[in-house]
Design a protein around this ligand. Structure first.
Ligand code: TRP
Length: 336
């Protein structure tokens, strides 16, 4: 139920790839813990994902699979508003408006834009450039106080803040000024094959997907990069042994054990014992999530009910904010 005393959280993940362990341990699992304390909106941001070319059939499928996975990861659709961005057209509308309050220079400084344009040199489109204005619209439509994001998205949230402040200064208090919310116990999960970069779908060998079979997970962990020293001992030393530190971080995240406890557990045992043990712990953690998601994916009507209700709840709030904005900037009120 809507509770005016609760602060609002908003976050989103693009349906541009299958969700993986990094999304779960670094983001979605923390969202679950916030459900009671905050009014939470979690969006499947399909409009953002088309800034990079998508296969239509896959985009459609991944959007509903992602919803099933949100729920399977523990996000209760009664306590959280779960919806698909393109179903609430206010996002695109406010996105356009905010484009007009976001500076070319600001957008040019965004590191994600620079990275993505380097990676997609053949398709540096306007949407890729103005992506942060749409993201600001996502956040500002719901009067979000906090935006749980990883470090890579902090710059975008700060831009949303700047745009909100700028708009408020011109037109009077309109938007809640949002803040990034970086979880206290945030696990930053790195690639199993290249522990210096974040776990990512673009590096499938180092990426454990939520829907991977136990055999696949086991194989990926057995091949995980550890280190090239001769010590071969499980010791937490992120600078010297980033691969081992990452595996310890994963093991700690899924079992709740501290690094010290892990060091003791594997004392004298070597990586040949440690790596499969991490794999097994992850398999058991993901098993119920995968099974629950698979069950829901086959229940299309159930999922449709969830995203319909989510969009209706979201639209109610979004419409009010957009009305306020269009009135302030001087658009003639729509008579119907
Ligand atoms: N840009 C985010 C990402 O790529 C996704 C996103 C879109 C988002 N809109 C948002 C995240 C609003 C938080 C709030 O990860």
């Amino acid at each position: 139920m809507e509770n005016t005393e609760k602060k609002v959280m908003f976050s989103g993940i693009q349906p541009s790839g299958d969700l993986h362990l990094g999304n779960y341990l670094g983001a979605i699992r923390n969202w679950v813990a916030l459900s009671d304390e905050y009014t939470c909106y979690y969006c499947i941001v399909d409009e953002h994902s088309i800034t990079v070319r998508q296969n239509p059939a896959e985009l459609r499928k991944r959007s509903t699979v992602q919803l099933a996975q949100y729920i399977a990861c523990g996000l209760d659709p009664q306590k959280n508003t779960l919806f698909i961005q393109s179903h609430v057209h206010e996002h695109a509308e406010l996105g356009w408006i905010l484009n007009c309050y976001t500076m070319f220079g600001e957008l040019s400084r965004m590191t994600q834009f620079k990275d993505k344009s380097a990676k997609n040199a053949e398709n540096i489109n306007g949407g890729l450039f103005t992506y942060p204005a749409l993201m600001a619209a996502d956040i500002l439509l719901y009067n979000a106080h906090y935006v749980p994001v990883g470090a890579d998205q902090k710059q975008h949230v700060e831009l949303a803040r700047d745009v909100a402040v700028r708009f408020n200064n011109i037109y009077g208090d309109t938007f809640v000024v949002p803040e990034p919310y970086i979880p206290k116990v945030g696990a930053r999960i790195m690639s199993l094959s290249n522990p210096s970069s974040k776990m990512s779908k673009s590096d499938p060998a180092g990426c454990v997907f939520l829907m991977d079979s136990p055999d696949e997970i086991s194989r990926k962990f057995k091949r995980a990069v550890t280190d090239s020293d001769t010590e071969h001992c499980v010791r937490y030393a992120p600078d010297e042994k980033p691969g081992v530190a990452n595996l310890m971080g994963i093991y700690s995240s899924v079992t709740g054990k501290t690094f010290e406890e892990i060091e003791t557990e594997f004392d004298g045992k070597g990586y040949g014992v440690f790596k499969p043990a991490v794999g097994d712990a992850v398999i058991e953690k993901l098993r119920p999530i995968r099974e629950e998601a698979e069950r829901m994916i086959n229940d299309k009507e159930y999922l449709k009910g969830i995203y319909t209700e989510g969009a209706q709840r979201a639209e109610y709030v979004a419409r009010k904010t957009l009305r306020k904005v269009t009135k302030r900037i001087g658009f003639v009120e729509k008579p119907f």
